[in-house]
Design a protein around this ligand. Structure first.
Ligand code: PEP
Length: 244
């Protein structure tokens, strides 16, 4: 069965207490939306965000540690995210892979921790521009999927986001055919790697905005979006939710 679509917002290191009004507005305007809605604010905002999300907007983290506790200054355990009110956590975002040297094995271990804590892991994969130019895109995606998805992954506890690195925050997007090609590959590679591959949500991310959302959502095997910049304002993100 085709999965229920998901509009996910990644606030990255943006937002403050005043910005929670955007989540409150989303909750007010989109109760009964035809898709699930998720906002992943900075970790310090998870608890207050959850309080204004009205059960309409799910709240998630942007990373977690693979261990459940210990001497890991500045890190956050999956159980702590859950305790603060998170239901999801983004893992393996290209900015984490680039800024913190996260490998597929790291992402896999973090996803296991997320699952053990009862969180839905939103696992990100995507090629760099150099990899695309070299014709390596499909190999890169297949390798990242194989390494990052842990045993025990299911359609209920895992979402996959295809985010070409060169499309993030640049205003550039792949062609519809390029998105369709990668999403078809991902669906195929999930067979055997995840329980219920057909029911697993595959998000596209990279410069999704109100003006291109409907076209992207019409592409086969695109079950929603992971949105950065356009998730910061309820007006923009609301238009994307409506397009789903
Ligand atoms: C992202 O950071 O996951 C992202 C897709 O960003 P943007 O929508 O701003 O390109």
């Amino acid at each position: 069965m085709a999965p229920r679509k998901l509009a996910a917002g990644n606030w990255k290191m943006n937002g403050d207490l005043a910005a929670l009004a955007e989540i409150e507005t989303l909750a007010k305007n989109h109760a009964g939306a035809g898709c699930d809605i998720l906002i992943c604010p900075p970790a310090v905002l998870i608890h207050p965000a959850q309080a204004v999300a009205g059960g309409v907007v799910a709240i998630g983290g942007q990373d977690c540690h693979a261990k459940s506790a210990g001497a890991h200054t500045g890190d956050i355990a999956a159980t702590q995210l859950r305790d603060a009110g998170a239901t999801h956590v983004i893992l393996g975002h290209s900015e984490r892979r680039a800024d913190h040297g996260e490998t597929d094995a790291d992402v896999n271990a973090k996803a296991q921790a997320a699952h053990a804590a009862g969180l839905i892991a939103v696992i990100c994969v995507g090629e760099t521009e150099a990899q695309r130019d070299a014709g390596e895109t499909l190999n890169v995606i297949a390798t990242q999927l194989a390494g990052s998805i842990p045993a025990g992954a299911t359609a209920a506890n895992t979402v996959i986001a295809y985010e070409p690195v060169w499309a993030i925050g640049t205003g550039r997007t792949p062609t519809n055919d390029q998105i369709a090609e990668v999403h078809a590959l991902m669906r195929q590679k999930l067979e055997g790697a995840i329980a219920d591959a057909a029911g697993t949500r595959l998000l596209y991310g990279g410069s999704v905005k109100p003006s291109n959302a409907a076209e992207i959502f019409a592409i086969a095997d695109v079950d929603g979006a992971l949105v950065g910049g356009a998730s910061l304002k309820a007006s923009d993100f609301g238009a994307i939710i409506t397009a789903l």
